[in-house]
Design a protein around this ligand. Structure first.
Ligand code: UDP
Length: 589
């Protein structure tokens, strides 16, 4: 590995970065003492990922310089790889991916294999998704014992409990996605599984909606519930009633979510390797069974060029497109190298990952960039900007993957992939782009998360293990300073409210631009998700926030719009419908 250069600059840490790095990311010795500095951490990651370059003879990059470039894009907070890469690159563990999907077969051996594999993945900081759709329904016969099967939901409980125990010793809370197809005979039990507060707390649950189901909803028809395995039609249910039930549950608790399974499979780049049955825990990464993916995110707020806020097209010169292109290309190379550097807990996973070489480059800090450019999130201009930026990242990302294919060869399964069939490529990676939630990365980079609007302009954040951080959005603070509007009374009022929409004494243009998640009508949330999805190979992590007063009809409309607009799934959250919130405004605390 290249030696750390003597003059390597120290990273300039954002206010909350140090706390987060100390908690979970800096290496510790057996006594629990921290043994590396933030500079050591970023050099460990940069150098161990750059060194992978050396095995490629045709490489256009030289390892020491590349290590320095990787170090620079991370410590300027322009790009960060997902948490497991920051934690484990260059260490003995060496597991660098955030996202996994494991199959759950319909036998005791296969079920408990999946529990074990999930435990191993959680230990290394990865999250796991499972489809339980292959399990025979509750009360069906078990051939070998003459007993009756307990069904997907009861097995789900075992996975949940195992996760609970592993999180004590692991690097971070293991997260899970559990999916059941809408045509599984146990679907009603699954839809109600999280009714009791705290049940299945280590799982996000989503119902896998099929095209046939959606058409039955549209035509107000019944649809078949089919037993997996023997294909027997066990029952028929009115599709609209199930759809309405999903809407009601989402209104009550936010659970379960929905994913459009057939649509996900329509975009499956390697259909010859089987169907995609599940996504990772937060829904942004559909994967084949035994597949993993590593993610990385570009912080858009770093690419703002000040002084163009009043231009007719503030993005044309207000974004440093050349620098964005450079970072996209470096990011793709970084993430492709991560695949080679990763050590997975199972050979089956290594094989699938190395065949398809999926990566997920995305963005964060989008809401910050909108603040910087003076563009409202809930405006056509905001949507157009999101679309334009992601189209650019996607196009340049694909170009970068094509360059790597020239240097290193296409991903091994390329010849049988849809790219080859459509005469596209060759590419080094079966997928290139994903919009991750960036829950922790955005704290480290000091920016807004993913493509979400700000939750509040000022808020206290509950972070790891009950610690709290107070945050004021820096762009909002700067705008107040510029307008000579900054006062302690105002700050107190904003901390209490989170939003400035009721503050008539602030200028209207300011109130238009500095909107928060709750100020934004749900339909704009959805439109933004759809705009990013149109230019993302994988999926988009996004929550459609609703006011507490939102109705079931509001949710029904959002679900339907998500279907029509080509989203791969949708998550809604009605304010106050769960007792524990990760983020909270000052009110009621
Ligand atoms: N993830 C997980 N546990 C967590 C947070 C995240 O397993 O506590 C996984 C999960 O697959 C999620 C993905 O990491 O979908 C990306 O999440 P995020 O972008 O928030 O992670 P970060 O890299 O910011 O820590």
């Amino acid at each position: 590995m290249p030696e750390m250069p003597k003059n390597l600059p120290q990273p300039q840490l954002k206010p909350n970065t140090e706390v987060v790095l100390q908690k979970r990311y800096l290496r510790k010795n057996l006594d629990g003492q921290i043994v590396e500095t933030p500079r050591d951490l970023f050099w460990r990651v940069a150098s161990s990922i750059a060194v992978e370059e050396e095995k490629y003879e045709g490489s256009s990059q030289k390892c020491p310089q590349l290590a320095r470039d990787f170090y620079d894009i991370m410590t300027s907070w322009k790009f960060l790889p997902n948490s497991p890469t920051l934690m484990n690159a260059g260490t003995d563990l060496g597991q660098l991916s955030a996202c996994f999907v494991l199959p759950v077969g319909d036998s005791i051996e296969e079920i408990f294999d999946a529990v074990k594999y999930a435990a191993m993945i959680h230990k290394s900081g990865g999250g796991t998704g499972f489809s339980f759709s292959r399990l025979r329904p509750k009360d069906s016969r078990v051939g070998s014992t003459g007993g009756v099967a307990s069904g997907p939901v009861s097995f789900l409980r075992i996975f949940n409990t195992a996760t609970e125990q592993i999180k004590q010793g692991g690097t971070r809370r293991g997260a899970n996605m559990g999916i059941l197809r809408v045509d599984h005979p146990d679907i009603l039990e699954f839809i109600g599984a999280k009714e009791k507060e705290g049940e299945f707390n280590n799982f996000n649950l989503s119902v896998g909606l099929t095209e046939a189901f959606m058409q039955a909803v549209e035509k107000d028809e019944h649809y078949d519930l089919v037993s997996p395995g023997n294909g027997e039609v066990m029952k028929r249910l009115p599709a609209r009633e199930i759809f309405d039930l999903l809407v009601r549950k989402a209104w009550l608790s936010g659970d379960p979510g929905i994913v459009f399974l057939d649509r996900i499979n329509r975009d499956n780049p390697t259909p010859d390797q089987g169907d995609i049955e599940s996504t990772n825990p937060c829904g942004e990464q559909p994967l084949l069974p035994f597949e993993a993916c590593n993610l990385g995110s570009i912080n858009l707020s770093c690419f703002h060029v000040p002084g163009h806020e009043n231009d007719a097209d503030p993005a044309a010169k207000g974004i440093d497109w050349d620098e964005l292109r450079r970072v996209v290309h470096l990011g793709v190379r970084f993430l492709d190298n991560v695949i080679d550097a990763s050590r997975f807990p199972l050979d089956r996973i290594s094989e699938t990952v190395r065949k398809n070489r999926k990566i997920g480059l995305g963005v964060m800090g989008f809401a910050d960039l909108l603040f910087q450019l003076g563009v409202a999130y809930d405006s056509q201009q905001g949507i157009d900007l999101g679309e334009r930026i992601m189209a650019f990242v996607q196009e340049e990302g694909h170009k970068a993957s094509a360059v790597l294919a020239q240097e290193r060869g296409p991903f091994p399964a390329y010849e049988t992939s849809m790219y080859a069939r459509r005469k596209l490529g060759p590419y080094r990676n079966a997928t290139v782009t994903t919009i991750a939630p960036t829950g922790t990365l955005s704290i480290i980079a000091g920016c807004s998360s993913g493509v979400e609007p700000l939750f509040a302009l000022c808020f206290t954040r509950n972070i790891l293990d009950g610690e709290r951080l107070v945050e004021v959005n820096p762009h909002f603070a700067a705008a107040l300073e510029d307008g000579g509007l900054f006062s302690h009374e105002l700050m107190d009022a904003v901390v209490a409210k989170g939003s400035i929409q009721d503050m008539d004494y602030l200028p209207a243009p300011m109130r238009k631009v500095f909107v928060t998640a709750m100020d934004i009508a749900p339909v704009w949330h959805l439109r933004m998700q759809a705009a990013f999805q149109r230019h993302t190979d994988n999926a988009v992590s996004k929550t459609v926030n609703l006011l507490n007063s939102a109705t079931e009809q509001d949710i029904r409309e959002i679900y339907w719009l998500a279907y029509q607009e080509g989203c791969k799934g949708v998550t809604v959250y009605r304010d106050g419908c769960k007792s524990i919130q990760v983020l909270a405004t000052g009110e009621g605390q």
